[in-house]
Write a protein that binds this ligand. Sequence first.
Ligand SMILES: CN(C)c1nc(=O)c2c([nH]1)N([C@@H]1O[C@H](COP(=O)(O)OP(=O)(O)O)[C@@H](O)[C@H]1O)CN2C
Length: 183
Amino acid sequence: IKHPLQNIWTLWYYEPDKSKSWEESQREITSFDTAEDFWSLYNHIKQASELRSGCDYSMFKQGIRPMWEDDANKNGGRWLINLDKRQRTTDLDNYWLEILLCMIGEGFNEYSSDVCGAVVNIRPRVDKIAVWTGDSRLHASVLEIGHKLKERIRFPPKNFINYQVHKDTMSKSGSMAKSIFTI
Ligand SMILES: CN(C)c1nc(=O)c2c([nH]1)N([C@@H]1O[C@H](COP(=O)(O)OP(=O)(O)O)[C@@H](O)[C@H]1O)CN2C
């Protein structure tokens, strides 16, 4: 028999399309709820580093759309990892896979219920990976998730990741949204 996961997860793919709204360009690929089905999906699709600039993968718990406005995300925020160009060939795919495995394996322990999903953005200058949590006011939970994230992907301790509230990211002026935590 297959190894069941605690949650059902859905993979989304975003490709910029001038003729469509941002939301219409978010395409639901498929959902899975066993480890085996995760691996068949993962081995079947392009690696994040092979996507064209402007594209995203998102993996969220079934029923949560990969957007700020979803009820599960609207009071939440994200731990944001910025990767420079060089890291696209070295770290991007490794970090992304580790984060996917951590999420589907409920690796954030008692705080796994606060995790909504993760997003990887392939961009011309800086690629980004983010873990989205459901309530930015649960500071203990947010911080635990952040520390677990850095530990799991073996992020260099001297490098920092920031937690941004989605409401601040939505209203950001310029490229830098406010961060409420930096670890
Ligand atoms: C429902 N809705 C429209 C809506 N809901 C959303 O949840 C949502 C958007 N729109 N996003 C749009 O993409 C632009 C780039 O963000 P980016 O995160 O790709 O990052 P870059 O600026 O391309 O690096 C954002 O500025 C925003 O326009 C992003 N986003 C998450």
